[in-house]
Design a protein around this ligand. Sequence first.
Ligand code: SF4
Length: 108
Amino acid sequence: MRDDRHHWTEDAKCSSLHPDAFDLEGYRGTRESKRMTARQLCEGCPVIAECARDVLEHDSYGLVRAGLWTPGWMCGGPLDPDNKKGIFTGELKFISATGRLPESEAAA
Ligand code: SF4
């Protein structure tokens, strides 16, 4: 029987990685390279679905979460005219339901 005190973050791949690696704001790369870096950072994480649900439940955008680079402007900032937050939200819902990253490269 699973221990109710066990929290999903204890199984996170990032629990053994330095937090700075997940902050791509100052990273001098293209949007595509940031997106690929985010995917690589979270690739193989056993709790990617839980991570995506956590972002959706707590509106905790910023940094790399659930294999996506979600820029800091999504944290309470003005709505983006291209509705990129909506695209991220759709991707997060897909990840939370399937436990895997979407193949689409539409966001970011
Ligand atoms: S999916 Fe979430 S919990 Fe897993 S490594 Fe990425 S940021 Fe960490």
